[in-house]
Structure formats: structure tokens, C-alpha cells
Ligand binder design. Structure first.
Ligand code: ATP
Ligand code: MG
Length: 401
């Protein structure tokens, strides 16, 4: 006996009754994407639940692992389908109950008798099946009111369906149902986490990265591509806009006093991000800023930097502690890549004593000494756009074909 399907419960979609069809369809597509490159399953989604039928050869635990990471999914249960013969149901119920950690726990059997012609009544079935479980598993007791877990048995026309295990899903909303944002992606720890946080609320992202060759290396660029690919596991595909930033950065260092270069750099980045966001119809910009973490992220700095755009700026990590962000980065799998020691353009040009409370009027005064417009336009004209998809095994062989 084995699990032959997964029951997938939706999260907050239940709140969105008007758009439900769109949400469910998007979620179904995202689940299929998460299962690439596995084969041997069919996904059936209805208004309330999704069922994934699993062929015999497929690795059920791998399917559970992948599906439970998809945003918009509340929980996942592996389901066993057996004949409706009583002894078979009892044996299956014992197996299903054993799949949950039972140490000192209480349970109850919950029978749903959809096949009204079935020869036994609901209550009687609950008694008999519960008795079989108690007989087989030590230390387990029945608690009908507040059980630690339930063994659910659905008696349907075509068989009995049993499940007890409930794996928690990623929660959130299906990516693709909440509009589009532009993520400012550095090679650091924070910004990929910020990207995943907004994706969790259903939002699609494109990413923008500023690099300054030859001061920044090819490895630093590759690191950002690798981070985007990890994020694309969740998203399907992500467009990455690589902006050549060398000239702008060099110019900032000529015209702005050393201790204000960091603020000015951020302002120029944000000016470009603002225009790119407009070009791709993004409705907001996302960054990994965190209140007070470094000089460029004090309230004063944010005020001076933010002044260059009218776009909403989303800062999902604003109030987290660094160790909380690191836990998240490890969880989503970006941490190891983020800590690779290839420096980005900000690290290299960082002034020794950046101003922690730069004044907007002063920033504007110094920047007005030079016409940055042609440089900004040139940078935008030379953006390289890469479409990054999640890693597929066949890509590894493309060199040999
Ligand atoms: P991160 O770990 O995300 O790099 P950080 O703590 O190093 O963050 P900063 O370097 O001050 O913080 O950057 C703040 C935010 O500015 C980043 O989270 C990112 O959104 C954006 N940013 C910084 N450098 C770049 C870059 N080279 N390209 C695109 N965005 C950047
Ligand atoms: Mg950084």
C-alpha cells in the first residue's frame, strides 16, 4: 500500500472569492512549474482543493517537498486510496496513523461516508477503524473532542481515501496574482530575501543590478545571476536587468564630497530603477534596506535617497534583525551564494566615513554641479537583460548536443 495522491489545501485564496478562478489557475501553473522536471503525476484543481495524482514510480516525499514550498498553499496531505473492503480499510488506517509521530498523542477517526449505499454507518465505521488503530499502535489514546491528529477516511464510490499527515505549506498568495515590482538586487544577503518576501504576497518580480566593470568582477555578476536563478525556483522566470554603472560611479566621486558619495550612488541607482520600473510597467520598487543597519540605511539617508522617485518603495526587511534575515536566507537557499566573497560596486567605492544623516538640499546642490542626465540615459541604453529560469537538468547537457 502506498500514497497515490496528494491533497493540497489552499491558503488565503479563500478570501478572494471574486478572483478565485484566476488564483486557482495561477496556483495550478505554479505547482506544475515547481514539479519540473519530475514526471508521473496529474494535477486537478477545483475551487476548494487541488489533487495531485501520483504514478507508482514517483518519489512522493519529493513531490510533497516541492509542492509545500509553493506560495498560496496552506498544507499538503498524502492520501492513500484502497478498496472498500473493511479489512483493507482497517489495515490502511493503521499504516496512515503510523505515518504521524505518535509518541504520547491522542487521535480520532473521522469518517466521511459519501457513498450512501455503503453497508456500514459512519459511527460504526469510526468505532471499528479506531479499534484497529488502538490495537496495533501502543501509547495512543482516543480523544474525540481535541485530538492531536485525525485519521480521515472518506468512503467514496470508487474506493476509500485515507489520510492523516498534514505538512505545512509556504502560505502566502500565488506568485503572479499581485502585480509586478522591480527588485534592486545586490550580491548581498538581504535583497534576495526581500524579493522572496514580496513574491510570497503573490507579486511577480523583475530584478535590476548595478555593476561597475572592471572594478567589479565577472564572478560578482555571475553571483547575481545565480541568486536570481534560486529565486526563479519560486517564480517561473525572472528578467534580470544589468546596468553598467562605472561611469556614473566615477563621476559621483569627482563631483560629490567623499562622505556623501554613498548617498549619491544610491540616488543615482534609484533614479535609474525608477525609469526601468516605468518601462516594464512595475508598480513598485523593492529593496533589501533595513533600518539602521548601515549608514546608507538610517531614516535620514532613506529620506535623502527616496526623494528621487515617486514610486512606492517596498522594504520587506525594514525592521528585521540581521540574524532573522540570515535564517530566512538559509531557508530559501540563497545564503551560501550571497556570502561568496565577490565585491559589488558599493563595497568597492564605499567611503571611509559615510554621512549618516545627509541633508537632501546639500545632496541636490552637489549633484547639480554636473549634468548626470546623459550618463543616466547612456546607462539605461546599455542595460543587458537576461531571462533567468530555474535550473533544468537538460540545460546541463546542452553543451554536448
Ligand atoms: P544586501 O545584502 O541586499 O546587499 P546590504 O545590507 O548590503 O544589503 P546595502 O549594500 O546598503 O545593504 O544595500 C541596500 C539595498 O540597496 C540592497 O538591499 C539592494 O536592494 C540595493 N542595492 C545595493 N547595491 C546594489 C546593486 N549593486 N545593485 C542593485 N541594488 C543594490
Ligand atoms: Mg550590499
Amino acid at each position: 500500500m502506498r500514497y497515490d495522491q496528494l491533497l493540497v489545501r489552499y491558503g488565503e485564496l479563500t478570501l478572494k472569492s471574486g478572483n478565485r478562478h484566476t488564483f486557482v489557475n495561477q496556483l495550478k501553473g505554479n505547482v506544475k512549474h515547481a514539479l519540473i522536471p519530475l514526471t508521473g503525476y496529474q494535477v486537478h484543481a477545483n475551487r476548494d482543493r487541488m489533487y495531485i495524482h501520483l504514478d507508482e514510480h514517483i518519489d512522493v516525499e519529493e513531490v510533497i517537498r516541492r509542492v509545500s514550498k509553493v506560495f498560496g498553499i496552506h498544507s499538503v496531505s498524502p492520501v492513500m486510496r484502497v478498496d472498500k473492503e473493511l479489512e483493507t480499510i482497517k489495515a490502511a488506517a493503521v499504516l496512515v496513523a503510523k505515518d504521524v509521530d505518535q509518541e504520547g498523542r491522542t487521535f480520532k477517526v473521522d469518517v466521511k461516508r459519501y457513498d450512501k449505499n455503503y453497508p456500514m454507518e459512519t459511527f460504526e465505521l469510526q468505532q471499528v477503524i479506531g479499534g484497529a488503530i488502538l490495537k496495533d499502535i501502543e501509547h495512543l489514546t482516543v480523544n474525540v473532542r481535541q485530538p492531536d491528529y485525525k485519521v480521515t477516511v472518506e468512503i467514496r464510490q470508487d474506493g476509500a481515501y485515507l489520510y492523516s499527515r498534514i505538512e505545512k505549506g509556504a502560505g502566502g498568495l500565488p506568485v503572479g496574482t499581485g502585480g509586478k515590482t522591480l527588485l534592486m538586487l545586490s550580491g548581498g544577503i538581504d535583497s534576495p530575501v526581500a524579493g522572496i518576501e514580496v513574491m510570497k504576497r503573490g507579486v511577480t518580480i523583475e530584478a535590476i543590478h548595478f555593476h561597475s566593470p572592471p572594478f567589479t568582477s565577472e564572478e560578482a555578476k555571475q553571483k547575481v545571476i545565480d541568486l536570481t536563478r534560486i529565486m526563479a525556483e519560486t517564480a517561473g522566470e525572472i528578467k534580470l536587468h544589468l546596468v553598467p554603472f562605472t561611469e556614473i560611479q566615477k563621476t559621483i566621486h569627482k563631483v560629490v564630497p567623499e562622505n556623501m558619495t554613498m548617498t549619491s550612488t544610491r540616488r543615482m541607482m534609484l533614479k535609474i530603477a525608477d525609469r526601468v520600473a516605468g518601462n516594464i510597467n512595475a508598480q513598485a520598487i523593492v529593496n533589501g534596506e533595513n533600518l539602521g543597519q548601515v549608514a546608507s540605511q538610517t531614516l535620514g539617508s532613506m529620506h535623502a535617497i527616496n526623494a528621487v522617485t515617486n514610486m512606492p518603495i517596498l522594504r520587506p526587511l525594514l525592521t528585521l534583525d540581521k540574524d532573522e534575515i540570515i535564517i530566512k536566507a538559509k531557508d530559501i537557499g540563497t545564503f551560501e551564494t550571497s556570502i561568496k566573497p565577490f565585491e559589488d560596486c558599493c563595497t568597492i567605492f564605499t567611503p571611509k566615513n559615510p554621512k549618516t544623516n545627509p541633508k537632501l538640499e546639500k545632496m541636490e546642490k552637489f549633484e547639480s554641479r554636473f549634468d548626470f542626465e546623459p550618463l543616466l540615459n547612456a546607462a539605461i541604453d546599455h542595460i543587458e537583460v537576461l531571462t533567468i529560469t530555474k535550473e533544468r537538468p537538460e540545460e546541463n547537457f546542452s553543451d554536448f548536443l
